[in-house]
Ligand binder design. Structure first.
Ligand code: PMP
Length: 362
């Protein structure tokens, strides 16, 4: 039901009770078929979808998605972080899943329309933001495997707060040597629903081990660190002036994170040397023991920059940096967040300003 919401009602939903649990009032829908291409883009009230039980996505996992954030700026405005980069990755994901890809401008216009409509839902509290979730799914009816002939775009939004309501707390990770996330030639370097469904069992395993997150190794040798369930990973080698960064290279089985890319750029701005290479799980353990690897952190839209404090694996357990966030981790996190929240200049043009639609804001 599309009904006006009072400021008091929204404020209550944006309070700690509702944050992360409620979506904004609207969503964007758009349809695709072979004859008309993408058409009928519309903003409607947020609510359930009605799907025929034979809809392709329900049977064959024909879906791709994105995740990005809109941030309340220091001057009161709203800006989305790197929407065109997310648009490009969304296109790549759609092509890999043989779904129709969406022109980048249409993607960004869709985000602008939804965020403009639900402008007052972008939180202003410290470290809060509006998480945006676009997805495309195969919407034609298919019991029997057929190419996608009908698809739908959906964008929903949800106010969210940082992973760390009480400050930056390092996470513990479990290294899975039983399950792989991605194999060469597979779908690991795109964002499709099945990657996450297939990874859940490893996330559950991590929790059974008392850890917060899972680290995936390469599928071939089960040796090389790739990434986490929904984040890329960085290591800090050395200390002080000599500190440098290492992150696993994009070999085709790792999702090219936009946060990862931003941090590589910020590192270069800050004069920190950064290398895309590879690190084995054994080298992480010995490097921590001999103090050549001093920090580790995960990064992504949701996690921003999340320090890793301890590691558990079938080879043994170790702590990283006395379970305290390290100086390089904190410096990069601060530099990134200052740009995202409009507290610092945006020299790389990452922030995309959005205006409220005239009726949306009081
Ligand atoms: N790896 C995986 C598997 C992810 O799901 C994500 C989140 N999209 C990332 C890395 C980080 O990507 P980004 O920085 O673009 O959010």
């Amino acid at each position: 039901m599309d009904r006006p919401m009072s400021d008091a009602e929204r404020t209550e939903l944006l309070s700690s009770r509702g944050i992360g649990r409620v979506h904004t009032q609207h969503m964007l829908l758009m349809d695709w078929n072979e004859t008309d291409g993408w058409h009928s883009g519309r903003i409607v009230a947020y609510g359930p979808l009605q799907l025929d039980p034979a809809t392709s996505v329900l049977h064959y996992g024909h879906s791709v998605f994105e995740g990005m954030k809109a941030f309340r700026q220091a001057d009161g405005g709203v800006a989305i972080f790197r929407p065109f980069d997310h648009a490009r990755r969304f296109r790549r994901s759609a092509r890999r899943l043989a779904l129709p890809d969406l022109p980048e401008d249409t993607f960004v216009e869709g985000l602008e329309a939804l965020v403009g409509e639900d402008y007052d839902w972008v939180p202003s509290a410290e470290a809060h933001s509006l998480y945006l979730r676009p997805m495309i799914f195969g919407s034609h009816l298919a019991i029997g495997f057929h190419p996608v002939v009908e698809a739908r775009l959906l964008i929903i939004a949800r106010p969210t707060r940082s992973y760390f309501p009480n400050g930056v707390q390092p996470v513990s990770v479990w290294v899975s040597d039983k399950y792989s996330r991605a194999a060469p030639g597979g779908t690991g370097d795109v964002k499709c629903g099945g990657n996450y469904g297939g990874g859940l069992i490893a996330e559950n395993e991590a929790m059974e081990q008392g850890c917060d997150e899972v680290v995936f190794l390469d599928a071939g040798e089960r040796r090389w660190i790739e990434e986490m369930g929904g984040m890329n990973v960085f290591f800090v080698l050395g200390r002080g002036e000599k500190a440098r960064l290492l992150t696993p290279a994009l070999t085709g089985t790792i999702l090219p994170g936009n946060t990862r890319d931003a941090l590589l750029t910020l590192a270069s701005d800050l004069g920190i040397e950064a290398e895309e290479g590879r690190l084995s799980i054994d080298d992480w353990q010995t490097g921590t023991a001999d103090d050549s690897i001093t920090e580790a952190f995960a990064c992504g839209t949701a996690a921003v920059v999340t320090p890793v404090g301890s590691v558990k694996s079938s080879r043994g357990s170790w702590t990283v940096g006395n379970r305290e966030p390290g100086p390089v981790t904190l410096m990069l996190r601060r530099a990134l967040m200052d740009i995202q929240y409009g507290r610092a200049a945006d020299p790389h043009g990452w922030m995309h300003r959005v205006a409220p639609v005239p009726s949306a804001s009081a």
